[in-house]
Design a protein around this ligand. Structure first.
Ligand SMILES: [Zn+2]
Length: 66
């Protein structure tokens, strides 16, 4: 079991560098650059509802922990 995915960062799909991101910004369509290879990471409008759902689940988990 791993809880490492709860932090607001994700591995770059290209170079595997951990990319810190703001989940609220991500939902609003912001793009984040990978510090390792400068790849642009972001989500398209079609994926926003799914991202919001994932964020809500993340917040629920955080509440349970505190
Ligand atoms: Zn990268």
């Amino acid at each position: 079991m791993s809880n490492s995915s709860l932090s607001n960062s994700m591995p770059c799909p290209i170079c595997k560098t951990n990319i810190p991101f703001d989940p609220i910004g991500l939902i609003k369509g912001a793009q984040f650059a990978c510090p390792g290879c400068q790849a642009q990471i972001g989500i398209s409008g079609q994926e926003v509802p799914r991202a919001e759902e994932a964020l809500e689940k993340l917040e629920e988990i955080k509440k349970q922990k505190s």
